[in-house]
Ligand binder design. Structure first.
Ligand code: FE2
Ligand code: FE2
Length: 389
């Protein structure tokens, strides 16, 4: 990796290259089919960057900017890996009918949203790595850590994974945090909305949850145990989707405050806004698992229970209060403000993200070298400092 000023060396794209790039941008629905992670990384970086972008010499990314982007590239590759697992089983072209039906109990459009969120993460990972390459910096690859076994259920591709969705500890405190007028950056803590410990968010196998199980809408108590378990798995996924994306919202906002190059800042805030967009969507869908008519599902195997959070009604739990409640910000002396939170290094930074995802169980089974690598990237990103030149 080069240091400090990384002056861009960019060739203007040919009309054919520009056309190809535009097709990639507008061909959203075909993105997943046409470009895997490895394929996406092969997008010609120089062409992507030179489309309307001109940086003055001396204004290029700093060492800190590169560290921020390298951690974000790793985070996006991990997001791509987990979202791809959800997409294979429950996306619009998903292959597990019972899982898809259970997800559709949360919202009939869930498979489309899952496919599009996956598509977005793949684009984030490919873009950031291509940008790094265009600046002479080292892109990030986690391929050597792709060694975990995923689901064996119908629909799942039998490939090795980076992330483990089979026994998650989903931190659901984002639900109560975003309904509160208190801010974690001021020391506030928040209770779990639902306790989800060591639970699968994807069907594990066809023996555990047969793919052709009929999933009623809703799944009432006393239903086929396979249907109840599949609904609990889909509900866990719904809460996990929001957990991941609210984490991305905080991470991008926190790291944006460390960017020096205006162009890197533009990348961080522009992708970060989409993470928040995702979070808002999933916040709404998760609420459907804990409101009528769906609330009350209990996994017959693990006892995981999704209560009705509207009974009794309270502002701390009400399911349709999905937009961020104003909270304290900057100073308690200032008026409360509706914001992304946390955005402190300690709670919203790269190291905090690694800590949170590790506690989630997302990396269960990963090699110690993986943790060493991701922690080093996180430390370097958190150490970045904004320099205005
Ligand atoms: Fe992303
Ligand atoms: Fe995301």
């Amino acid at each position: 990796m080069r240091t400090d000023d990384l002056t861009p060396t960019i060739d203007a794209p040919s009309p054919d290259e520009l056309h190809g790039l535009w097709q990639r941008v507008v061909g959203r629905r075909s993105f997943l089919k046409s470009v895997g992670i490895a394929g996406a990384a092969a997008v010609p970086a120089a062409g992507v960057l030179s489309a309307g972008t001109a940086l003055a010499a001396g204004s290029g990314p700093t060492r800190g900017d590169i560290a921020i982007l390298r951690f974000l590239a790793a985070a996006e590759i991990l997001e791509s890996d987990l979202w791809s697992q959800y997409n294979e089983l429950g996306g619009v072209d998903g292959g597990n009918p019972a899982y898809m039906a259970a997800l559709q109990n949360l919202d009939s459009d869930m498979p489309q949203y899952i496919a599009d969120n996956t598509d977005d993460e793949l684009s984030h990972a490919a873009f950031i790595n291509a940008y790094l390459r265009s600046k002479g910096a080292e892109p990030v690859s986690l391929e050597r850590f792709r060694r975990l076994s995923g689901s064996s259920a119908t629909g799942a591709k039998g490939v090795k994974r980076l992330t483990n969705l089979k026994q998650l500890n989903v931190d659901t405190s984002w639900y109560t945090r975003y309904r509160s007028g208190s801010n974690p950056d001021f020391g506030a803590t928040f209770p779990q909305a639902v306790t989800i410990k060591h639970q699968p968010a994807i069907p594990l196998s066809d023996q555990d949850t047969p793919p052709n199980t009929t999933i009623p809408s809703p799944v009432p108590p006393g239903s086929d145990p396979h249907a109840l378990r599949m609904q609990a798995i889909a509900n866990t996924a719904g809460f996990h989707f929001a957990m991941i994306e609210q984490g991305g919202s905080s991470l991008y906002t926190t790291l944006s405050l460390k960017a020096s190059s205006l162009e890197v800042l533009r990348i961080v805030v522009s992708i970060g806004g989409v993470e928040t967009n995702h979070f808002s969507l999933w916040h709404d869908k998760a609420g459907n698992a804990v409101s009528q008519p769906l609330a009350g599902v209990t996994d017959p195997e693990t006892g995981l229970h999704f209560p009705d959070l509207n009974a009794p009604k309270s502002e701390a739990l009400q399911t349709n209060l999905i937009l961020p409640e104003p909270c304290e910000f900057i100073s308690p002396a200032l008026p409360q403000c509706s914001i992304v939170r946390p955005t402190s290094d300690a709670l919203g930074g790269a190291r905090a993200a690694v800590k949170g995802l590790t506690a989630d169980g997302l990396f269960d089974g990963q090699h110690p070298d993986f943790f060493r690598f991701i922690t080093r990237l996180a430390d370097e990103a958190d150490a970045a400092q904004r320099h205005v030149r």
